[in-house]
Design a protein around this ligand. Structure first.
Ligand code: SF4
Length: 251
């Protein structure tokens, strides 16, 4: 049971920055998104849907080797030509259609000019992208943050798992509520949002897994207000009896 009071649980932006600094000090800057340029980033966000990053990055490499990391080239070719190149990303027929859907929009709306697209008002661009078939909030927000460098906080399944375990929010919170949790507390800061999300993905991927490796977690030993609810604090009585056992073993 959680013993922290409601008042104690009310986290501030400063508190969130403390979590971020602890992650940064442990893992170093993550350098996201791992791509050469904005279009490769967008291709990566689409191909990474519902698949491991290794499957997605293999598909990105394959497109690159075939000279397809170019919006005009994708536009000029049919999804049937693109799909075999991205097999490792699973659902490759759908994803080939999604890439085409994006480039068609990009040429129709912005004449194939990424500078024009990046100048677009963030919520207008977000609205346009969400209308594209197969582009959900996580994909769209990743495009806005990592390709267009807009200050949009991306949340995902890792954020949900880590945040609900620490006690930031409940596990059944909506995408929008989870995103609001960060954006109402933190000032708009593209650099911070970029690396904070990347740190949470790294933590969720390597330590806070389905079966968490809490003993290796940098967030395990936070001051009490920020401590992780999932890690049961050692009861003082239990601690005393443990030391007695140690003493009696030693004597
Ligand atoms: S202490 Fe454990 S449950 Fe909490 S964030 Fe770290 S790995 Fe996850």
């Amino acid at each position: 049971m959680n013993s922290r009071s409601t008042e104690e649980q009310e986290l501030t932006g400063e508190d969130l920055r403390v979590y971020y600094q602890v992650l940064l000090a442990s893992f170093g800057e993550r350098g996201w998104w791992p791509a050469d340029g904005w279009f490769e980033t967008i291709v990566g966000t689409v191909l990474a849907q519902n698949v491991s990053w290794s499957g997605a990055s293999q598909a990105v490499r394959s497109l690159k080797d075939a000279g397809f990391l170019d919006p005009a080239h994708i536009l000029q070719n049919s999804p049937k030509t693109i799909a075999p190149l991205i097999r490792s990303s699973r659902y490759y027929n759908q994803k080939a259609e999604r890439l085409q859907e994006f480039v068609r929009f990009f040429f129709e709306q912005y004449n194939g000019d990424s500078t024009l697209m990046n100048k677009e008002d963030t919520s207008t661009l977000r609205g346009f992208l969400l209308e594209l078939k197969g582009f959900g909030p996580e994909t769209v927000d990743s495009i806005l943050l990592y390709a267009c460098e807009k200050p949009v906080f991306v949340v995902d399944a890792y954020t949900r798992r880590i945040g609900s375990r620490i006690g930031w929010f409940d596990a059944d919170i909506s995408y929008q509520q989870m995103q609001d949790f960060f954006t109402i507390r933190l000032e708009s800061d593209t650099k911070l949002f970029n690396d904070f999300h990347a740190q949470l993905v790294f933590l969720g991927n390597t330590i806070c897994k389905t079966r968490p490796l809490c003993s290796s977690c940098p967030l395990r030993k936070m001051e009490s207000k920020l401590s992780c609810r999932y890690v049961k604090p050692v009861d003082q009585k239990e601690q005393k009896s443990r030391s007695k056992i140690r003493i009696s073993h030693g004597s």
